[in-house]
Design a protein around this ligand. Sequence first.
Ligand SMILES: Nc1nc2c(ncn2[C@@H]2O[C@H](COP(=O)(O)OP(=O)(O)OP(=O)(O)O)[C@@H](O)[C@H]2O)c(=O)[nH]1
Ligand SMILES: [Mg+2]
Length: 350
Amino acid sequence: MTTICTRPGPPQDTQVPQDTQVPQDTQVPQDTQDQDKEYVGFATLPNQVHRKTVKKGFTFTVMVAGESGLGKSTLINSLFLTDLYKDRKVPNAEERICQTVGMIKHTVGIEEKGIKLRLSIIDTPGFGDAVNNTESWKHIEDYIDQQFEQYFRDESGLNRKNIQDNRVHCLLYFISLFGHGLRPLDVACMKALHAKVNIIPLLAKADGLTETEVCKKKTKIREDIRRFGINIYQFPDCDSDEDEDFKTREQILKDSVPFAVIGSNVQVESKGRRFRGRSYPWGVVEVENPAHSDFLLLRNMLVRTHMQDLKDVTREIHYENYRAQCIQNMTRMMVQERKRRDRSLRRMRR
Ligand SMILES: Nc1nc2c(ncn2[C@@H]2O[C@H](COP(=O)(O)OP(=O)(O)OP(=O)(O)O)[C@@H](O)[C@H]2O)c(=O)[nH]1
Ligand SMILES: [Mg+2]
């Protein structure tokens, strides 16, 4: 077998300098010596991978989409505990028009226990307000495509080191609580995007519904998703050797789709506690109370349990499809170009 790629320089970490070798008189217990004989050492590979990836840091990009006024901006603000709109002022009519066509990308660098995460959140103007809503999601589709295109270009370029991954890993799709299941616009939009991005459907403003209504709406939305052949993000199946606790948690997650969410930008005070919530004349709703909404389930899933899987599916399925399509188009163009050249050569010879 020939080695294609080698790293320059001597393998520093394989040579133990004389002075750092274990002194002969140091007593190493017999069972440790036996173990050392049995192990080659590749069991440390996960540690090596861990160290390397931690050094590089992580990136994750979330995007929101859905009809206007469903609480997209409010929810992403609540989700990542950052007041992204601290200096938000009530926009005048002119600014409102700007807002509806503009896409806003917020990037926050977060560090937790030495792990760095560059989190990008893309807020999009809601659609459905216009007289003609045909393809009102086009700006979202274009944005996703542009990120794939940029990545494909960077990856095919000469310098492939330090490529910035701006691909959209997840699209939180907001569904109105007022509809009976999915509206035609939701179906059209989700079908236009489902092959490009991981769609996670959300039932917006769940505080406007009773518990039974939430259950009924969820069932209807799930039925519609199946009926219209929409491919939303599929949670990975559990391995048979996973513990029961893990399997139960995963099942709860799967059964909760679409996640019923509540957003709020303010802290409310009730019974001596301060929390992110919404205050009404008849009581308060807590954004992070599992009895009130699936907000915590969603945040845990995005940040704690499924971030890597969302990235893997983006890379292995959505981006691969895009890449294959690009290569196919390029090949087709090259063949056409060659045929055209051959034809003109033949004409010249005649
Ligand atoms: N009842 C209720 N109201 C909410 C909730 N989330 C947001 N709102 C309110 O709904 C209104 C619209 O919220 P936004 O977050 O601006 O909605 P949006 O989807 O970003 O709207 P566009 O940017 O126009 O698409 C605001 O008055 C929010 O306070 C919620 O969970 N429940
Ligand atoms: Mg908004």
